[in-house]
Design a protein around this ligand. Structure first.
Ligand code: SAM
Length: 250
């Protein structure tokens, strides 16, 4: 019989595709993708031409049985999202759940995930953490979600979009206080990769002063309730270009 492979793809740098992901895509009879044009470009980069199946938040429930009928009929289906690991703030949960209910084979092809990449370079405790995904879009709901997390001792990981970053930092400062440590991880694995490891209050000031801070793809990693900022606040700017330029200076 066929199988459903949950295949991680890069979060920016195409070099992060794994050998097993390439093999799974090569062997797939069908590629279920969030955005078929986006995934089409990845397949083209890999020199592959594949039948595709559009699977996004708006049709996942309606399409799940059709997709799984094909696995049951013996096809190998590769499930991918636009970037990183499917199901992590991306479609796929309904399909994987139903695949188990239907007794179908589900196999993981692990790889990049922005949350894990950001957490692991944050310098904040990694032994226990909570992934919160995107905060609610509406201001009242986002505040109450954060209020519920006020005493959370584990490191918190959030995804955020550029146009909401400033508002989210403002409410983080107001709920968690300006002293709480935070790491803003921007454009991970890409040309303008930058890490800001500061306090919430300092991040607020930095983001206000420089609109570039909120550009691109962003992960916020927030220290748990008991975390203190290092006495010497550090601003880790890993913008590769800047580092290289600085190295050139006498
Ligand atoms: N499934 C993906 C994963 O495994 O990371 C996440 C998909 S979610 C729709 C997209 C969000 O992930 C972005 O808004 C951003 O918060 C985060 N993200 C994705 N790529 C990123 C990158 N290269 N650098 C920083 N954050 C990234």
């Amino acid at each position: 019989t066929g199988s459903l492979a949950v295949v991680a793809t890069p979060i920016g740098n195409l070099g992060d595709i794994t050998e097993r992901a390439v093999a799974a895509l090569k062997q797939a009879d069908l590629v279920a993708a969030e955005d078929t044009r986006h995934t089409g470009r990845l397949l083209q980069h890999l020199g592959l031409s594949k039948s595709m199946f559009a699977l996004h938040d708006h049709n996942e429930r309606a399409q799940v049985e059709t997709l799984l009928d094909r696995v049951e009929a013996g096809e190998n289906v590769a499930l991918v999202s636009d970037a990183g690991t499917p199901l992590i703030s991306d479609p796929g949960y309904i399909v994987v759940r139903r695949a188990h209910e239907r007794g179908l084979r589900v196999l993981p092809i692990p790889g990049a995930c922005a949350a894990i990449a950001a957490l692991c370079v944050s310098g904040l405790p990694t032994d226990r953490f909570v992934f919160e995904g995107f905060l609610p879009a509406k201001a009242a709901a986002r505040r109450s979600r954060l209020e519920a997390l006020e005493d959370e001792a584990r490191t918190l990981v959030f995804y955020e979009s550029p146009h909401r970053l400033m508002a989210t930092i403002d409410v983080l400062v107001s709920v968690f206080g300006p002293e709480r440590p935070v790491v803003l991880a921007r454009e991970l694995t890409k040309a303008f990769e930058t890490l800001y490891a500061v306090s919430l209050g300092r991040l607020q000031a930095i983001a206000l002063a420089d609109p570039n801070v909120s550009r691109g793809e962003l992960v916020l990693v927030v220290g748990g309730a008991a975390e203190q900022v290092n006495s010497e606040e550090t601003l880790l700017d890993t913008d590769r270009l800047m580092r290289r330029l600085l190295q050139e200076l006498p």
